[in-house]
Design a protein around this ligand. Structure first.
Ligand code: GLN
Length: 486
């Protein structure tokens, strides 16, 4: 029936109207996965049996005319750094190869409470460190638009799954761009909520002051639907904020008449691909026609974003990853001489190169002799970056620019040079440093049919405007409907 092509909102409607059964949807999807997954490798674990059992339960609920949840009958994929009770959670690392969490992350709990169906766990760069999924210990995922290219990262498995119609909704996590950048490179919608909007309880920590979980979807309506479920305070995460969750679907078609859009001049610099720039310019024209007011703004500290992020994120990571010692958590070496050697061997065997690089970078910048010069200095620059945005949002309602400076790149093109890889994050990391919400939506294609993403940033906790703005564009364009030929 090709149900797999539909959006999550369409599926939900059909299931609730009893036109199709959730079991049919789930079966159809797994058939699609059987056919396509060997080429894409979006998943690390599939959860077929229990997904079908869950779908059956929801169908029975609907048949009995019982009240159903907001995600009734929708098959959903989760990035494999989200804890799932009874399902392996590896973070794409050998060190957690056999870790089966005894509990669900709060977002997973919410999905289940709202009758969503967990179909599997998606691939990522090890511990969410990377921009291509090439750092996964279990091999990379492929970009559905061109299997010789990366899907972006670190939530590349979730992005590829949505782009290839291997899930209706997916969750990613975004520490420095890991939802938005793979969304851009794979031609889907990716939303990073404001820091504190969504509970991080049960998300395996990379950099706790930057991490945020968010939806990766086929269109903007689905992102709004999903965010409605994910958002809200959670007593298990003290950084989640006690704010009412607005209904993001309610006013989604409000339009952009009179909306003030700021375009930072620092986002249009050397290194920005010509075709990406052209698509963004075209995108801005669409907004102009829709009645938005566009002006140039400045975010003067943007150029320090990468340096600041790549000090703060590894510093927090070095601390967060200390728990993987072979005893509390993780792989334990078979050959060691004493306790200290056991720690060292277990970590040497369990972690991949990029993770080790970041532990070393972070430990160095936190060490007593260098703390003031690196970590503390980075915290100060973080404040300046935040102030840039505060100033900008006095004048404009949203900020727009490219999500990634380049479209999807080939495997190996950047893997040998970490700095080149880090530079892919130039337009996304400052959002996390400032704690703001951001969305990437499809806004065009290169001549060789690679997707391009438009990034929209908003005021803290103003996901509503972000979604309205994104939705207005989607109503006027067809990019989100174009599918890769696989
Ligand atoms: N690419 C960035 C990094 O490697 C961002 C990753 C993320 O957002 N998880 O750290």
């Amino acid at each position: 029936m090709d149900l797999y092509k539909k959006t999550a909102s369409e599926i939900k409607e059909l299931v609730l109207k009893k036109e199709i059964k959730s079991v049919e949807v789930t079966e159809d999807l797994f058939k699609r996965i059987d056919e396509v997954e060997p080429k894409i490798k979006a998943y690390l674990t599939l959860n077929k049996e229990s997904a079908l059992a869950q779908a059956k339960k929801i169908d029975e609920k609907i048949a009995r005319n019982e009240k159903t949840g907001q995600l009734a009958g929708i098959p959903i994929a989760l990035k494999d750094n989200l804890c799932t009770e009874g399902i392996k959670t590896t973070c794409a690392s050998k060190i957690l190869n056999n870790f089966i969490p005894p509990y669900d992350a709060s977002v997973v709990k919410r999905i289940k409470e709202e009758d969503g169906i967990i179909i599997g766990k998606t691939n990522l760069d090890e511990f969410a460190m990377g921009s291509s999924t090439e750092n996964s210990a279990f091999g990379p995922s492929r970009n559905p638009w061109d299997p010789a290219r990366v899907p972006g990262g670190s939530s590349g498995g979730s992005a590829a799954a949505i782009a290839a119609d291997l899930a209706f909704l997916a969750l990613g996590s975004d520490t420095g761009g890991s939802i938005r950048q793979p969304a851009a490179l794979s031609g889907i919608v990716g939303l990073k909520p404001t820091y504190g909007r969504v509970s991080r309880y049960g998300l395996v920590a990379y950099a706790s002051s930057l991490d945020q979980i968010g939806p990766m979807t086929k269109d903007v309506r689905d992102a709004a639907l999903f965010l409605n479920v994910l958002a809200g305070q959670d007593p298990a995460d003290s950084t989640s904020v006690p704010l009412e969750t607005p209904d993001h679907l309610e006013k989604i078609s409000r339009g952009v008449k009179g909306l003030k859009i700021g375009v930072p001049k620092e986002f249009f610099v050397a290194g920005l691909d010509k075709e990406v720039k052209e698509s963004i310019d075209q995108g801005l024209k669409v907004y102009e026609k829709l009645g938005a007011e566009i002006s140039q703004i400045s975010l003067p500290h943007t150029e320090h974003g990468i340096a600041t992020y790549y000090l703060i994120a590894p510093s927090e990571a070095s601390s967060n990853l200390a728990r993987y010692d072979g005893i509390h958590y993780g792989h334990q070496t078979k050959s060691s001489k004493g306790l200290i050697d056991m720690y060292s061997q277990s970590r040497s065997e369990g972690f991949g190169d990029e993770v080790k690089r970041r532990i070393m970078l972070g430990t160095f910048s936190l060490s007593s002799g260098y703390y003031d010069a690196y970590y503390l200095r980075a915290l100060k620059v973080r404040q300046l970056i935040k102030q840039d945005f505060d100033e900008a949002f006095k004048k404009v309602d949203v900020i727009m620019g490219p999500t990634s400076p380049i479209p999807a790149f080939k495997f190996g093109e950047k893997a040998a040079n970490p700095l080149q890889m880090y530079l892919c994050d130039v337009f996304t990391v400052t959002t996390n440093l400032a704690g703001l919400p951001g969305i990437s939506i499809p806004c065009g294609f290169t001549k060789s049919s690679l997707p391009i993403g438009l990034q929209i940033l908003g005021r803290p906790f103003d996901e509503t405007t972000l979604l309205q703005t994104a939705y207005a564009f989607e109503q006027k364009t067809e990019f989100h409907k174009t599918k890769p030929r696989i």
